[in-house]
Design a protein around this ligand. Structure first.
Ligand code: 3HC
Length: 309
């Protein structure tokens, strides 16, 4: 029976069709899908911290309302993705435990501090822009619940990216000091945004299998290159300089060449030694502990209801 189910699984993938929760699937597929979906969800939840840092200090009610909506969206993306992970048998409480104890990752990008309000714009433009580059292909990921979550998330990410770019356009039409703030934020966020796409393909243990199972539709380097090519004209239109002297159009390749990425910095962050790793996890742990009474009350109420039924 299993060989037929295995063949059906392979056949479904070959035909670019979706694997659904009730379908038979190889243990390795379940494991890598839980791994990727959970870490994606953790990234959305931790990502609320750097942006949330500016909600109480936004320069106008309009900017505050936009930022509030964006941070709320990230929470929703996290919950959406945890639900997708649960369709594979993962337990949300267990995933949170793994995040807090450092046994599961979240995106390296959120371990950097947001030093000025220009960071809110640059995160929208570059970080959400990189996320869109990475997430649009995931709308065609072979696992149904994940692909469908991506369709909704990409729509909201586009709003996040546009609001960030518009915020920066406004600042670039402002004073010299505001223009300098934007350039400073671009200098600090450009290279970390390139690291969001993961290690080079040659050092990516998961890419080959993820491409074979059509979990991933492009490799890390392909998507990174697409993001660089997309960002160069946007930076020009904005009037900022991307902090890479080797960045230049290569007619033959029909892509931009760019300089070397500091993979030691990336490895340090993945080890937990980034500028904000400890603070981000401590904040998440505290929020989880402070929320324990709500979970207990909800469980007690549900038990009482059950008792009544
Ligand atoms: N930050 C942290 N860990 C990273 C990383 C990054 N930027 N890039 C890679 N890694 C980890 C991988 O998780 C893997 O570790 P693991 O085996 O313990 O999971 C290891 O480094 C090797 O990387 P691989 O390339 O082999 O791993 P993947 O094939 O999983 O590729 C990925 C990494 C491209 C991030 C892929 O997992 C992916 O596309 N994930 C879904 C997208 C996602 O998670 N995006 C987060 C961006 S932030 C976000 O979306 C919020 C938005 O609001 C801005």
């Amino acid at each position: 029976a299993e060989p037929d189910l295995e063949r059906l699984f392979e056949h479904t993938i070959e035909r670019d069709q979706r694997i659904e929760p009730r379908d038979w699937l190889p243990e390795g597929y379940r494991k890598t899908m839980i791994r990727q979906i959970a870490q994606h969800a953790h990234s959305e939840i931790i990502g609320m911290q750097p942006e949330g840092n500016w909600i109480t200090r936004a320069p106008s009610l309009r900017r505050k309302a936009i930022l509030l909506a964006k941070v709320q969206d990230e929470a929703g993306h996290g919950l959406y993705l945890y639900s997708a992970a649960e369709t594979l048998g993962a337990d949300r409480a267990d995933l949170t435990e793994k995040l807090i104890s450092g046994r599961q990752k979240y995106s390296s990008i959120f371990n950097y501090p947001t030093l000025t309000f220009a960071d809110v714009g640059v995160i929208g433009w570059l970080v959400d822009g990189a996320a869109i580059c990475n997430q649009v292909p995931l709308c065609r990921s072979s696992y149904g619940p994940y692909a469908r979550a991506m369709i909704r998330i990409c729509k909201e990410e586009s709003f996040h990216q546009r609001q960030g770019y518009e915020l920066l356009m406004t600042m670039m039409r402002g004073t010299e000091a505001q223009r300098a703030m934007v350039q400073d934020a671009v200098n600090r966020w450009w290279w970390p945004s390139l690291m969001m796409f993961g290690p080079p393909d040659a050092e990516s243990p998961n890419t080959a299998q993820s491409m074979a199972w059509k979990v991933k539709r492009h490799t890390n380097d392909e998507l990174r290159q697409r993001f660089v090519d997309m960002s160069v004209p946007q930076a020009k239109a904005l009037g900022v300089t991307l902090p890479d002297p080797e960045l230049k159009w290569n007619e033959e390749r029909q892509h931009h060449n760019f300089g070397p990425i500091d993979w030691d910095e990336f490895k340090q962050i993945l080890k937990g030694n980034g500028p904000c790793n400890a603070q981000r996890i401590a904040h998440r742990r505290k929020a989880h502990e402070d929320g324990a009474w709500v979970r207990e009350a909800a469980a007690a109420y549900a038990a009482k209801q059950e008792g009544r039924a």
